[in-house]
Ligand binder design. Sequence first.
Ligand code: FES
Ligand code: FES
Length: 211
Amino acid sequence: MDSSDEFSLTRRDLLIAGAASAATTVPSPSAAQGLPGEPPPSTARVTLEVNGQARTLDVDTRTTLLDALRERLHLTGTKKGCDQGQCGACTVLVNGRRTVSCLTLAVMNAGTKVTTIEGLGTPSRPHPLQAAFVKHDGFQCGYCTPGQICSAIGMLDEIRRGVPSHAAGDIAEQPVLSAAELRERMSGNVCRCGAYSNIADAIYEVAGRKA
Ligand code: FES
Ligand code: FES
């Protein structure tokens, strides 16, 4: 055997070894999808207080709070816009804090108090912000409105508690609802109809500030 035969043998061996290695490291489609007979995704029993009522649900542990509210409890006032934390349409109050419900799982909120737009007021007895949105025409299509109102309630509470924002000149000072503060603090709630100036007027009225 001359040196060129040795080289071609070595190269063939390498190719065979490479193919064998690829066969053992690339998972087959059936392995990637799980074997037949494997248990289904896990579920959990969750109890939440939603709009003052205890609600118990058996949910897939991957269910978002938004989907639990809309699909399981049929509270469709909370809207799904982007489903990825970008638009604020799904904002609800969890223990009084504004929360984008598409970015939190139902199981993470066990034992909390959730307030949706349905829990804020009724047509005959609206929440002051609901009344102000109507008075100031703070909506057009209304899709973003439940999220805007829940977010505004949370925002006004944050200001009362002295939580600073990026618009604060001095984070140690008590914040006031300036136009810059309102824009910054409500920037997570998008309105595709562009009703921002009327939304701001409604919030200013409830905050006791002149626009
Ligand atoms: Fe949750 Fe857009 S649907 S932020
Ligand atoms: Fe239509 Fe805000 S009123 S998206």
